[in-house]
Write a protein that binds this ligand. Structure first.
Ligand code: 2NL
Length: 268
């Protein structure tokens, strides 16, 4: 009898010890966790790209300007030589904001409204770039997003010519991509510039890549902002920035940049 009771209490003790060990293990809190070095975050790929672009343009003598993402029809279209009936408005798949008269308030389709605001409030000479978020009605796929980013530049001064535009594009291309890259302009059309061009960059392997658009600021646009086109002339350019880290890092789907999966973002 005493033998059985002895064995029983030994076993009960063993099981209790085992249960306690198991609970300690599963309920263990690592209180040293916060004492180890905190992991350091970093800027998002899009922000990194804009900061690099800003550095290059500041080096070329430009300032950086910013402005609202919700705009009026005047700043987004009309001041840019696109009156309400202008067919070129359909080039931009505008997202309208339900505010005031229907169709008068928009999510900006480009950063140009900021340059309009700069021209309205500052007298030339103007040398500025505007990086920012812009919006168009587009279905998301590997190369398109309804919310995307661009940078535009504006120069207004006395005696500015197409040669200054081509030289600036060339200087930018070499400063940003490397001295082994070249640039070229190809005739195009935009309502806010005349003449207008697309600009391409040439990679060291000889292949060409279309980057963006540019041109001499249309005299109507200068006049709309209170700048006398008889005294001043200027050029402007614009290009999308979301594809720049894509080619730099070999990404194959733009959407990866915006799903905020840390396993993706932490790689850059
Ligand atoms: C493109 C084309 C361009 C501009 C943007 C501009 C701004 C003002 C006046 C005149 Cl305020 N022009 N901006 C001019 C030509 C082309 O961008 O394909 N962007 C992605």
């Amino acid at each position: 009898m005493a033998e059985v009771e002895g064995a029983l209490s030994t076993r009960v003790g063993e099981l209790a010890a085992e249960e306690r060990r198991h609970r300690l293990e599963t309920e263990r809190l690592d209180l040293t966790e916060r004492l180890s070095r905190p992991s350091r975050g970093h800027l998002h790929l899009v922000t990194q790209t804009h900061e690099r672009l800003e550095d290059v343009f500041v080096g070329l003598g430009f300032t950086v300007s910013e402005g609202p993402e919700v705009e009026t029809d005047w700043y987004n279209f009309t001041a840019l030589n696109m009156p309400p009936s202008h067919p070129a408005r359909s080039m931009w798949d505008t997202l309208f904001v339900d505010w005031g008269e229907p169709g008068t308030v928009v999510l900006r389709t480009h950063t140009s409204p900021v340059q309009i605001r700069v021209m309205e409030t500052t007298s030339p000479p103007i040398y500025t770039v505007v990086p920012g978020r812009v919006f168009r009605r587009d279905t998301a796929d590997a190369t398109h997003m309804p919310v995307f980013h661009q940078i535009e530049g504006l120069v207004v001064d006395r005696g500015i010519t197409l040669g200054d535009l081509a030289g600036t594009i060339e200087a930018f291309t070499k400063a940003y991509f490397g001295s082994d890259f070249n640039s070229r302009l190809r005739p195009s059309y935009f309502p806010f510039t005349e003449p207008s061009a697309e600009f391409d960059i040439q990679r060291p392997d000889g292949s060409w890549l279309e980057l963006g658009g540019c041109g001499m600021v249309h005299p109507n646009v200068l006049a709309n902002c209170g700048v006398d086109p008889e005294e001043w002339s200027g050029f402007a350019f614009g290009f999308g920035t979301d594809r720049m880290p894509q080619s730099r890092h070999g990404l194959d789907d733009l959407r990866e940049m915006y799903t905020n999966d840390l396993r993706f973002l932490e790689q850059f």
